[in-house]
Design a protein around this ligand. Structure first.
Ligand SMILES: [Zn+2]
Length: 338
């Protein structure tokens, strides 16, 4: 912040009479905020700065004045290219998004990973195609998006780029390729790895694969300016919730990496009572030194792709294959049984 005296004649916007929550977690306080250009140039606790000396003025009496919110769980990487104004977020006060969650990110997109996104990109009217984060960021910057953009690298992107949508374990050389690809995304600016273990192709991976990838991530930690993180839409958010939390704790320990559970929930009435065991599991891991955190929706609904309720073999090979299978009455009978 610059000195108050020198900026008095340069204030473009004065936000007066608000209660300021400055984002540090401190007690809120009454103050007038002056903005010059795109910077806060004045925090005036004594209301000395005169309204007539500012080009614009907002009376915030009875309102809270806060820095922009960070949406830590966004899925806007493609829609932002179609609509860079991001009004849905900006109008809620969100000025920074962390994208690339649940195993899906803007890049890398090679081979089957790119083919698989083709329909979404076409539907959004996005003409450009890219493979790397460097290429994607260049396109994104050209759009002059309204938000600050942060991203994780999607495990689904990396797996599909190397071995497609097959239900198989990676060979040693495929795993090496995946590790190298992950490390390249960190060099390009990604802040970690995300998995979506109920979605193809994440669903086809086992814990060992995730540990090996996270080891590659933790190797990279020294060279990154961020604390690299592994985030997960876990294998189960209901029936096998406790097992899934144990899996992520194991990954944290064996790969020595900070982990984060995305949108933790006890899905399905028969699982509601698991919340106490889930939180005590996380808390006791934290006490033992495991770096684990989680986030939670502020509402009791959730939404995802409808095919996640189908057995995983129905979508092996991608959406086209899945639709073809669903046309067979024999397959439908098998799905019902499963
Ligand atoms: Zn998710």
């Amino acid at each position: 912040m610059r000195k108050q005296e020198s900026v008095r004649s340069e204030i473009d916007l004065l936000i007066k009479n608000g209660i300021v929550y400055d984002g540090t977690g401190k007690e809120p306080f009454e103050a007038d905020i002056g903005v010059a250009g795109d910077k806060i140039a004045l925090i005036d606790k004594n209301s000395k700065f005169k309204i007539q000396n500012s080009k614009k003025f907002i009376d915030a009496k009875g309102l809270a004045v806060v820095p922009g919110f960070i949406d830590t769980h966004a899925h806007s990487e493609f829609i932002l290219l179609a609509d860079p104004r991001a009004e849905g977020k900006i109008s809620q006060g969100i000025t920074t998004e962390i994208n690339g969650n649940c195993g899906l990110s803007a890049a890398p997109l090679y081979g089957e990973a790119l083919e698989h996104r083709e329909k979404d990109l076409a539907e959004l009217g996005i003409k450009e195609r890219w493979s790397t984060f460097e290429e994607y960021f260049r396109i994104l910057e050209g759009r002059e998006i309204a938000l600050n953009f942060v991203t994780l690298a999607g495990h689904g992107n990396i797996r599909a780029s190397v071995i497609g949508y097959k239900d198989k374990k990676p060979t040693a050389s495929e795993l090496k390729k995946m590790q190298a690809l992950l490390q390249k995304t960190i060099d390009a600016g990604a802040i970690g790895l995300s998995t979506g273990l109920i979605y193809p192709p994440g669903i086809y991976s086992d814990t060992e694969e995730l540990i090996e990838l996270c080891k590659a991530l933790s190797q990279k930690s020294g060279t990154s300016i961020f604390k690299l993180i592994y985030t997960s839409h876990m294998r189960s958010e209901g029936k096998n919730l406790i097992e899934s939390i144990n899996e992520i704790i194991r990954i944290a320990k064996e790969a020595n990496i900070k982990v984060h559970i995305s949108h933790i929930k006890t899905s399905g009435k028969e699982n509601w009572d698991k919340i106490d065991e889930a939180t005590s599991l996380i808390n006791s891991a934290r006490k033992r030194g495991v770096k684990i955190t989680c986030d939670r929706y502020s509402y009791t609904a959730s939404s995802t792709d409808l095919d996640t309720i189908l057995p995983s073999w129905t979508y092996e090979g991608g959406a086209e294959e899945e639709l073809r299978r669903l046309k067979s009455s024999e397959v439908l009978e098998k799905i019902k049984k499963d």
